[in-house]
Write a protein that binds this ligand. Structure first.
Ligand code: GLC
Length: 539
């Protein structure tokens, strides 16, 4: 039981906000967001009541996968700024009581990383085994049938040395050999470099891929393949969730734990729940927060959402804390998936479930997927698989944050071409307009995050599902000490008169998604409007 008085670490009670740095604020007129730009918007960040900012990669990179192809783990890409800019941003955030989390990409580097340039230079280079090199198959061709997430085989032949190297993303992202102790040590050193500078933690990229089958066996066909995304054709039994990878994550965690303060290790654990729970570590010694992606993939109905929340609550190991997300830079935006009205309900869900929520930049405005003309597509996942329906063009979720109604929406100076087009509705949907409207999505978001911050029941309380009889409604209580809050969410776009009198006689509305309701209500006759969510205080 949570009494609400315990002092839990910030990463348990706070909200994480993901910034895609290329798209947040351009300060120097190259059409790309940068670190000084983020610093300039620090008041905005503070006003969102978030505890931490997670930055997608800002390291030197040829940008074949927009920073997820790292050419140097311990420096800043000149397009984003300098190390001094980084230090200034970190100090600025710390000065405002916010933490900073970096992206760590340990599975692969850029093919321009000095380690790979050495590795590919000859078969007897000391760094040859830092990557995964294999001879061609006996009859020629790739060593096995493994596939890239971005289409085609996961192997590229290197003429110079006559072998193939492994890459499950673009060919410019060769995969490191994490079974090699020196490789792991080099990555841990990179973590120490940033932790020494004062960084508060890392979000680890594709942790479930870190170790591959030692024998490089073929993967079996997937009998349930939908015939759409090419990577889904095989069952990834030899590339995903290999048991040995957990030792790697434990080593990363040990580094983080070596530092004072509450540093955090977060995992991009885009894996089924039964695997996901293993990433907390048998002794809670792996990720503090392995992301749960189920809210992204679920069909948006009350029954399914309640089931997945409660299934997860039930299988969570002792002491494990959930980490929910609704979207990120790889996924269609929530407001496009379910519509702008339902998106408010989704945000209320995310911010009132038990666990640490991570919010994707722009979702606080209800930003939709951008429309990207063919000639402006940048995402390698889409470019490598043209015409394959079902392959999401990730650029759509990465369009610049619209700040105001000035040219380029205040994202970049006038006369600059932003690296991706602005979302079509930016003249209406931008920070300035929404700041002036007391009922806007942004106003709702700020009120909700402040409420969450104030109420231990929301930021650390126990969760309990509530039976409502109504199919389209998901309701639950969050309790800490004497405080009990009730959350009631409509998923069906219908209006209801609910009888929740079994909980208590009366309650007070603390917040409605529409921002227009307040005051006392009788729980025996609780009216819930279409596409409405309510947070109520039971008394
Ligand atoms: C992760 C990142 C994604 C990237 C991939 C390869 O899934 O979120 O953007 O393309 O890893 O690094």
């Amino acid at each position: 039981m949570t009494d609400g008085n315990g002092t839990l670490p910030w990463w348990q009670t706070g909200i994480i906000y993901q910034i895609y740095p290329l798209s947040f604020q351009d300060s120097d007129g190259d059409g790309l967001g940068d670190l000084p730009g983020i610093l300039r918007r620090i008041d905005y960040l503070a006003g969102l009541n978030v505890a931490a900012i997670w930055l997608s990669p800002v390291f030197p990179s040829p940008m074949r996968d927009f920073g997820y192809d790292v050419a140097d783990y311990t420096s800043i890409h000149p397009r984003f700024g300098t190390l001094s800019d980084f230090d200034r941003l970190l100090a600025g955030l710390h000065g405002r009581g916010m933490k900073l989390i970096l992206d760590l990409v340990p599975n692969h580097t850029s093919d321009q990383h000095p380690w790979f340039l050495e590795s590919r230079s000859s078969r007897d280079n000391p760094r040859r085994n830092w990557y995964l090199w294999r001879d061609p198959a006996p009859g020629g061709g790739p060593p096995n049938n493994w596939l890239s997430f971005f289409g085609g085989p996961a192997w590229t032949f290197d003429e110079t040395t006559g072998q193939y190297y492994l890459h499950q993303f673009t060919p410019e992202q060769p995969e490191l050999n994490l079974r090699h102790p020196a490789v792991l040590e080099a990555l841990l050193d990179a973590m120490r470099f940033w932790l020494d500078r004062g960084v508060d933690g890392f979000r680890v990229d594709v942790p479930w891929l870190l170790i591959k089958d030692a024998e490089f066996r073929d993967e079996p066909e997937n009998p349930a393949w939908d015939g759409i995304a090419p990577h889904g054709r095989l069952l990834h039994v030899h590339t995903a969730n290999q048991p040995e990878l957990h030792a790697i994550i434990r080593a990363m965690r040990a580094v983080v734990d070596d530092y004072p303060g509450e540093r955090v290790l977060i995992g991009e654990t885009n894996v089924p729940e039964e695997e996901l729970v293993k990433y907390y570590g048998a002794a809670r010694d792996e990720f503090h927060l392995p992301f749960n992606f189920r809210l992204i993939y679920a069909s948006w109905n009350a029954g399914e959402i309640q089931r997945l929340v409660e299934t997860y609550e039930a299988i969570l190991p002792q002491g494990a804390w959930p980490a929910w997300v609704l979207g990120n830079h790889d996924q269609p935006r929530i407001a496009s998936r379910i519509g702008p009205d339902a998106a408010r309900v989704a945000v209320m869900l995310l911010l009132t479930l038990r666990g640490t929520p991570t919010c994707y930049y722009g979702d606080e405005l209800g930003m939709k997927n951008g429309v990207i003309p063919r000639n402006r597509i940048r995402d390698p996942q889409a470019l490598n698989q043209p015409g394959i329906s079902g392959v999401f063009n990730r650029d759509a979720a990465r369009t610049p944050l619209p700040w105001d109604t000035s040219p380029n929406a205040g994202f970049a100076p006038e006369g600059t071409q932003p690296w991706l087009p602005l979302g079509q509705d930016w003249p209406m949907r931008n920070v300035a307009c929404q700041s002036d409207d007391p009922c806007s999505m942004l106003a709702f978001f700020r009120t909700l995050t402040a409420l969450r911050q104030r109420h231990p029941a929301l930021n650390q309380g126990d969760y309990k599902g509530v039976e409502t009889v109504a199919d389209g409604v998901f309701a639950y209580t969050r309790t800490a000490g004497a405080e009990r809050l009730l959350i009631v969410l409509d998923f069906a776009g219908c209006e209801y008169l609910l009888d929740l009198g079994a909980l208590a006689d009366g309650a007070e509305i603390l917040l409605s998604t529409g921002m227009r309701r307040a005051g006392r209500v009788e729980l025996r006759r609780l009216r819930l409007l279409a596409n409405e969510g309510l947070v109520l205080k039971i008394s």
